[in-house]
Design a protein around this ligand. Structure first.
Ligand SMILES: Nc1nc(O)c(N)c(N[C@@H]2O[C@H](COP(=O)(O)O)[C@@H](O)[C@H]2O)n1
Length: 371
C-alpha cells in the first residue's frame, strides 16, 4: 500500500476513534439538558439556531452550521460562498451536500476540532447571549437529541435514555467548563493549526471580542440577521429537509431548493419591508392583517412567527401586539435612558439626604462620645 493511502486511512481511523464504543455515552433524559428544535428553551445550543451571527475574515455568516459546513471546502471558495449565502442553515448544509466527496481530505480527522473552533467563534461573537445560555445549563449534561445522528448527538431509547457519542453536546460542556473556570482564555481565538484553514481564499484570522459589550453592535446585527427560517421538525419544514435532518440519503433536487429560495424571496423582498413600515408602532395581529389583504390568516401567522424568530419583529403579550424590532429597541433605549436619569435623580436625592443624616449621625455620635 502506498504511503499516501496509508496516511489517508490513518486519518480516517483517527477521526473514527470518537465513534468507537468507548466514546458512546448513555444519558438519562431527566437529568440532562437536551435540545432538538431550535425554538425550544435550549435550542440556541444547536448550530442550526439563528440569532448568533458570526464574522470570519470580515465576512458575515448567519449560523455556526454554515461556518462549519463551509470549513469542509477550504480549497473551493465558490462552494464556501454558496453555503454561507443561504438564508437557512439547513439549506446551507444541503447546498454543500453534492460536493461532500470533495471535502478536505482530512475532514473526518479534523471535523471535531473544527466544530470546537466554530463553537468558540459562536461564543466569542455572541458572548452575552450564547454565554448566558451555556451557563443556564448549570452542571447538567448537554445532549443533542437526535433521531438518527448518534455521533454529533444521542438517540432516544424507549426508557427515557439517550445513547450516542454526543460529540456536539460534549464540546458544549467543554466550552461551558472553560467559560466557568477561565473565561478570559475564551476572549480571543487563534486559528486552528491544521493545514489549509482557509475561508474564502484567505487564511482564517485571529479573532477577538468585538466591543465592550462583547457582542456585535446593533447595526452589525441588523446587517447580519436577515433570514434564518426556524428549523423544526414540524410542518413548516419540507419532507426533504426533514429527511436531511435525519441524515437519510435523500437526493435533494434543485426544485426543492429553488422553492425554499422563492419563499425566502417573497418574505425577504415583500413581507419584511411592508412589516417594517407598518410596525413603527405597536399593532395587533388583526391590524397587521388588514395591510396584507390578499394573504390568508395561516400564512400571515407563519410569517409573523418567522419575523419574530429572526429578531426582526418584537412580540409583546397581554394583549398580543407587534412592533418592528429597531423601533422597539429605540423605544426601550429611550425608556432605559429615562429610567437611568430618574434613578440618577433619585440617587442624588438619596445621597443628599444620607449625607445629611450621616452628618447628623456623626454629630450625634460625637455628641454621644462626649457624654
Ligand atoms: N441534518 C441535520 N439537521 C439538524 O437540524 C441538525 N441539528 C443536524 N445536526 C448537525 O449537523 C452538523 C453536522 O453535520 P455533518 O453531518 O457533520 O456534515 C452538526 O452541526 C450537527 O449538530 N443535522
Amino acid at each position: 500500500m502506498n504511503h499516501q493511502i496509508l496516511l489517508a486511512y490513518l486519518e480516517i481511523f483517527r477521526g473514527e476513534i470518537m465513534q468507537t464504543s468507548s466514546q458512546i455515552r448513555t444519558y438519562n433524559r431527566n437529568e440532562c439538558i437536551t435540545f432538538r428544535k431550535t425554538k425550544e428553551a435550549f435550542g440556541g445550543l444547536s448550530n442550526m439556531a439563528g440569532g448568533y451571527p458570526l464574522i470570519v475574515n470580515g465576512i458575515h455568516i448567519l449560523t455556526s452550521e454554515a461556518l462549519y459546513q463551509a470549513c469542509r471546502f477550504p480549497h473551493l471558495p465558490d462552494i464556501q460562498k454558496l453555503i454561507i449565502a443561504q438564508n437557512s442553515p439547513m439549506t446551507a448544509k444541503m447546498k454543500g451536500k453534492p460536493y461532500r466527496d470533495q471535502s478536505r481530505s482530512d475532514w473526518e480527522r479534523v471535523k471535531v476540532q473544527i466544530m470546537r473552533w466554530c463553537l468558540r467563534v459562536k461564543l466569542l461573537q455572541n458572548w452575552d447571549t450564547f454565554g448566558q445560555l451555556l451557563l443556564e445549563t448549570g452542571d447538567k449534561a448537554i445532549v443533542e437529541d437526535s433521531h438518527k445522528d448518534d455521533f454529533w448527538g444521542a438517540i432516544p431509547t424507549n426508557d427515557n435514555q439517550l445513547i450516542g457519542v454526543n460529540a456536539l453536546g460534549r464540546l458544549l460542556m467543554e466550552l461551558r467548563k472553560y467559560l466557568k473556570e477561565d473565561a478570559n482564555s475564551l476572549k480571543s481565538l487563534k486559528p486552528l493549526e491544521i493545514p489549509d484553514f482557509i475561508f474564502l481564499s484567505k487564511p482564517i484570522e485571529f479573532l477577538t471580542l468585538k466591543d465592550e459589550n462583547h457582542t456585535l453592535s446593533i447595526q452589525e446585527k441588523q446587517l447580519i440577521i436577515p433570514l434564518i427560517p426556524e428549523i423544526t421538525l414540524e410542518s413548516n419544514v419540507s419532507l426533504d429537509q426533514t429527511k436531511e435532518f435525519y441524515r437519510e440519503e435523500t437526493i435533494i433536487t434543485d426544485t426543492n431548493i429553488e422553492k425554499t429560495e422563492k419563499d425566502d424571496n417573497i418574505f425577504d423582498g415583500w413581507v419584511l419591508p411592508k412589516l417594517e413600515k407598518i410596525l413603527q408602532n405597536y399593532q395587533s395581529y388583526d391590524q397587521i392583517l388588514q395591510h396584507f389583504k390578499t394573504v390568508n390568516k395561516k400564512q400571515m401567522q407563519d410569517w409573523m412567527k418567522l419575523a419574530v424568530e429572526l429578531g426582526k419583529v418584537k412580540k409583546i403579550e397581554k394583549p398580543v401586539r407587534y412592533i418592528w424590532y429597531s423601533a422597539y429597541e429605540s423605544e426601550s433605549n429611550l425608556l432605559k435612558a429615562r429610567k437611568i436619569s430618574q434613578s440618577r435623580n433619585t440617587r442624588k436625592t438619596q445621597l443628599k439626604s444620607s449625607q445629611k443624616s450621616k452628618s447628623n449621625v456623626t454629630q450625634e455620635s460625637t455628641q454621644l462620645s462626649l457624654i
